[in-house]
Design a protein around this ligand. Structure first.
Ligand code: KIV
Ligand code: NA
Length: 270
């Protein structure tokens, strides 16, 4: 197997093959997910909740993200894994200036990330352009953006009314124009996510709680294994329930996404 690359992801999109992504925070789970055929591993700042026991991602630091990115990268190297590693820029590490964003992104790239992800639209477009021009692939993230949960008023659906949908659409196009090659859409109506996917031919949409019409899907690994703390989001399916092993559960997730059996749109008609 050859390492997953941007051209390969573009090819998959062109061929209509769904892109699969799961979060990974440590070497062992990263290696298992890679072996199960997941193309993209996201070192998400959800590790704040999953690994650190925080109540939101706001408390996650760049140093913590660096540590986990390095662990995932080493895990893949140990098994000659091929997954594309995306690392989240944590809250406070890119909001100040384009230069601050570049410095933070460099830390994660040097820890082994192939792409960085950042949240938000509007003000982020120039930041994305600055990073992309300097050779850092960027994944954007719109809809429910957990780092701004306090401003959003809670973990809830975004882009449901017409005004919010118009703004989300504008932000998505601006991010594609700025050079973002992936875009996570979290908890947005399935119809809006599908429309954006059709419109954004150069930026691959990855949905979570956004229906089945996106170019790919992502879940928090612990959620899909059924071992999360707190309450399970409605859009999650427990793939461990019918599997004999973690590897089997992840293989079942990959198959379900590739075959269009996950997610089921009815559960995401927000
Ligand atoms: O941090 C994370 O796990 C994420 C995904 C839910 C998209 O950002
Ligand atoms: Na995140």
């Amino acid at each position: 197997r050859r390492p997953v690359s941007l051209p390969q992801l573009h090819q998959m999109r062109a061929a209509g093959e769904k892109i699969t992504m799961l979060t990974a925070y440590d070497a062992t789970f990263a290696a298992v997910a890679d072996a199960a055929g997941v193309e993209c591993l996201l070192v998400g700042d959800s590790l704040g909740m999953v690994c650190q026991g925080l109540t939101s991602t706001v408390g996650v630091t760049l140093e913590t993200m660096r540590y986990h990115t390095e662990s995932v990268s080493r895990g893949l190297r140990r098994v000659q894994g091929t997954a594309w590693i995306i690392a989240d820029l944590p809250f406070g590490s890119y909001q100040e200036s384009k230069e601050q964003a570049l410095r933070s992104a460099a830390v994660l790239m040097q820890a082994g990330a192939h792409m960085i992800k950042l949240e938000g639209g509007g003000w982020t477009a120039p930041v994305v352009e600055f990073l992309v021009q300097r050779g850092i692939p960027v994944c954007a993230h719109l809809g429910l953006t957990p780092q701004t949960v306090h401003a959003l008023g809670g973990y809830r659906v975004q882009g449901r009314d017409e005004e919010a949908a118009v703004l989300l659409r504008r932000h998505a196009h601006e991010l594609q124009d700025a050079g973002a090659t992936m875009l996570v859409l979290e908890m947005v109506p399935a119809r809006l996510a599908a429309e954006l996917t059709a419109e954004l031919t150069h930026c691959h949409t990855i949905g979570i709680g956004a229906g089945k019409g996106t170019a790919g899907q992502v879940l928090v690994m612990h959620d899909m294994l059924g071992i999360n703390l707190g309450k399970t989001p409605k859009f999650v399916h427990n793939f461990m329930a019918d599997a004999g092993s973690v590897r089997g559960a992840i293989e079942s997730y990959v198959r379900a996404v590739k075959e269009g059996r996950f997610p089921v749109d009815e559960l995401h008609a927000w």
